[in-house]
Design a protein around this ligand. Structure first.
Ligand code: ATP
Length: 440
């Protein structure tokens, strides 16, 4: 696809997200705020559906993973021990002419501005953590950070989980939550933001068992990608060479996705060794070792970390679902969401808004379906064609219409399939089980 065409797809998806209530730029009435986005009702539903699929697969379906939710504001000692306070930095170059700033590792020519062609200044380190102060004084002693990853809250709770649950190795601790990075150049919609959300597991293993665990989580990540409806043909794995790995990692694989703006990191899988636990033990003076009951040996477990961005998941799902086709001689746009992530599962319409008998019956059908499926919508605005178009654009898999035949003849309704546009009559008595099978 040509570059313009690809950018056009991004523009269309961004515009659809705003128009239909998925995602809004934050603080837009004040001119926006680069790298921050708010989720509207459908975006929030999509996000919750994606994180719920993750939580089920990575936590509740397993016996060996414990979920937590730790503080966002992080004591500086934690991030000093983890190496982030010294090491969480990117090399930055500023254009002397247009003053734009770039990450040096994203530049093909480190001397010339990719935007205006001006001369780029000397590269310097740029620290990416957001700082805050806790308490009344604003001095070095009160300095704290907004966490740059959810992982450190897991490491600082390692001992708590061991003491409360006595898990056997291997076991994992998981959490979903916000993280903050003062990105030099936030861009590409949800791809690079400054307030992000991550889904992470730290999986603790015996030192010689890391390879097996690495493969296990690689498989789980692949399974998740297809479960939420990301186009697997556009996903590939990239082995990260040592020089490009994070300071804590001995092996990293990036899962990359072919975004319209290039093939870029979607998720990361890292072998963090026992770097974090060892450093926290040294810095805090607290013993972080684990007593292996079988061998009666004390070890500091090693860690495999699947780290998945929520926003990048949403963007990949939206781009994979975005489809244009022709229906009834008109171009139509729709989101081909998997039912499990679709914000609305079923929409119910009365054929005509001004016929009370149709509205009453449609409300009755709506009530029953809502009890069963939750995310069900009632819509009587505009004509049927317009309602279908609206539901297609938000990716609703099925629309149910109550018409005159429903009442006068057969107690059946029309069920329309989003992708094919095909309609079939289904008896109201069978509607629930019919939809349940289709939405499974
Ligand atoms: P990049 O190289 O793109 O800056 P990273 O290697 O720093 O990413 P990690 O530290 O491995 O990213 O973070 C784990 C995951 O968190 C990423 O794979 C991505 O899904 C998500 N993520 C990281 N930074 C951002 C960001 N600024 N905006 C949105 N998601 C992010």
């Amino acid at each position: 696809m040509a570059k313009e065409q690809k950018n056009e797809v991004m523009e269309k998806v961004v515009a659809l997200c705003k128009r239909r209530g998925f995602i809004y730029p934050s603080f837009e009435i004040y001119g926006g705020f680069a790298g921050f986005y708010d989720y509207g009702p459908y975006g929030l539903a999509l996000k919750n559906n994606i994180t719920n699929v993750w939580w089920k697969q990575f936590v509740t379906d397993r016996e060996d993973v414990y979920g937590i939710d730790s503080a966002l504001v992080t004591k500086k000692e934690v991030l000093q021990a983890s190496g982030h306070a010294r090491g969480f930095a990117d090399m930055l170059s500023e254009c002397e002419k247009c003053k734009r700033r770039f990450r040096v590792d994203h530049l093909t020519d480190t001397k010339k501005c990719p935007e205006c062609g001006g001369k780029l200044g000397e590269a310097r380190q740029f620290y990416m953590m957001l700082e805050t102060h806790i308490g009344a004084a604003e001095d070095e002693a009160s300095l704290a950070y907004l966490r740059p990853e959810t992982a450190q809250g897991i490491f600082t709770n390692f001992k708590n989980i061991v003491d409360s649950f006595h898990p056997k190795l291997p076991f994992g601790i998981a959490q979903i939550g916000k993280a903050f990075r003062n990105e030099i150049a936030p861009r590409d919609f949800l791809f690079r933001v400054r307030e992000l959300e991550q889904m992470e597991v730290e999986y603790f293993v015996k030192p010689d068992a890391w390879k097996e665990a690495f493969d296990l989580w690689k498989g789980e990540m692949k399974r998740f990608v297809s479960k939420i409806g990301i186009d697997v043909a556009k996903v590939s794995e990239l082995e990260i060479p040592e020089a490009d790995r994070a300071h804590y990692s001995k092996r990293t694989i990036d899962f990359e996705f072919e975004f319209p703006f290039g093939k870029k990191e979607l998720y990361g899988l890292a072998y963090r060794t026992n770097y974090d636990l060892t450093n926290h033990a040294t810095a805090s003076g607290v013993d972080m070792s684990y007593m292996d009951e079988e061998t009666k040996e004390k070890i500091i477990p090693h860690v495999i970390e699947p780290s998945l961005g929520v926003g990048r998941s949403l963007l990949a799902v939206l781009l994979s679902a975005y489809t244009e086709d022709e229906m009834n001689g008109e171009v139509r746009t729709y989101l081909k969401f998997k039912p499990s992530v679709a914000p609305v599962k079923v929409a119910v319409f009365p054929l005509l808004k001004n016929k009370p008998e149709l509205v009453t019956k449609a409300r009755e059908v709506y009530g029953t379906l809502k009890k069963e499926f939750g995310a069900v919508m009632f819509d009587d605005n505009g004509n049927i064609g317009k309602r279908y178009r609206r539901q297609d654009e938000i990716g609703t898999p099925f629309c149910v219409t109550v018409d005159f035949d429903t009442i006068e003849k057969d107690q059946s309704v029309t069920v329309r399939d989003r992708d094919s546009g095909k309609q079939e009559r289904v008896a109201i008595a069978e509607l629930q089980s019919f939809l349940k099978a289709k939405l499974a």
